[in-house]
Write a protein that binds this ligand. Structure first.
Ligand SMILES: Nc1ncnc2c1ncn2[C@@H]1O[C@H](COP(=O)(O)OP(=O)(O)OP(=O)(O)O)[C@@H](O)[C@H]1O
Ligand SMILES: [Mg+2]
Length: 241
């Protein structure tokens, strides 16, 4: 990708991601600066989640180089990277402990907190109303807000978000979307994986279609609701940018 690799916060070279020796994606190069935002779009099963898990060190790469803030991701445990600011909100919101209440989950996240001024209930008032409720009984939208709030409590430098729209009604999605827009305005580095291109419209500087084992970067002016995108979305003939 064309972000300045000199100052890349997260950078991959020849990265191959997959499971038990079987590649899903790659080899691919990716470089994102400290204020860069990248959307990864594509249909089911193309490897969006696999790439995010690999980028944050949850899944070891099959080959290639991967660094975050100039340190190899493979060299440290996931929680070490999380403390350094590389934070994933995974597709099943696994960072939320379902048997604990909203407040308890937030307190756990805050145990590693470097930021005195983060108030989840100001960012998500709905969570404040539900503070004593067990996380396992929250609605899909509330759970998503909690997962995001817990990630933000870690004061990420690079936030990886897997399918923030999954299972959300349009009105809840609008809330989550406005939070993500606010994070972008604050120039937080983000990589957002989405099946729905309309969700990432206007949210990211760059959009890459994931398919055919690689990333196909779109022109920034591409109409994400247009027919051309639909054709590109289901094509496997991508070029890297
Ligand atoms: N733990 C795993 N072990 C083996 N293969 C896996 C594992 N997880 C995912 N895969 C396979 O890797 C491929 C990519 O899956 P991945 O979950 O990354 O896709 P995705 O683009 O995130 O899809 P979706 O939009 O449905 O979330 C799929 O073929 C999937 O079956
Ligand atoms: Mg996925």
């Amino acid at each position: 990708m064309t972000d300045s690799t000199d100052s890349a916060l997260i950078e991959a070279r020849g990265l191959v991601a997959g499971y038990r020796g079987r590649p899903v994606l790659g080899p691919l190069d990716l470089a994102l600066g400290s204020t860069g935002t990248l959307a990864l779009v594509g249909p089911n099963g193309v490897g969006k989640s696999t790439l995010l898990k690999t980028l944050c060190g949850v899944l070891p790469p099959l080959s290639g180089e991967l660094t975050f803030a100039a340190k190899p991701v493979a060299a440290s445990a996931v929680y070490v990277h999380a403390r350094r600011g590389l934070v994933l909100v995974g597709e099943h919101r696994a960072n939320v402990l379902r048997s604990l209440t909203v407040t308890e989950n937030l307190a756990l996240a805050s145990a590693h907190h470097r930021r005195g001024d983060f108030d989840a209930f100001t960012v998500f008032p709905r969570l404040g109303e539900r503070r004593r409720q067990q996380a396992g009984t929250l609605s899909g939208g509330e759970l998503q807000m909690l997962a995001l709030a817990m990630a933000l409590a870690l004061e990420p430098r690079c936030l990886l978000l897997d399918e923030p729209s999954a299972g959300l009604a349009p009105i809840v999605l609008a809330d989550v979307h406005s939070t993500l827009n606010e994070l972008r305005r604050r120039r937080l580095c983000m990589i957002v994986a989405e099946q729905r291109p309309d969700v990432v419209r206007g949210l990211c500087d760059r959009v890459a279609i994931v398919g055919g084992g690689t990333l196909g970067y779109l022109d920034p002016d591409t109409d994400l609701s247009g027919e051309a995108l639909g054709a590109a979305y289901f094509s496997t003939d991508h070029t890297t940018g």
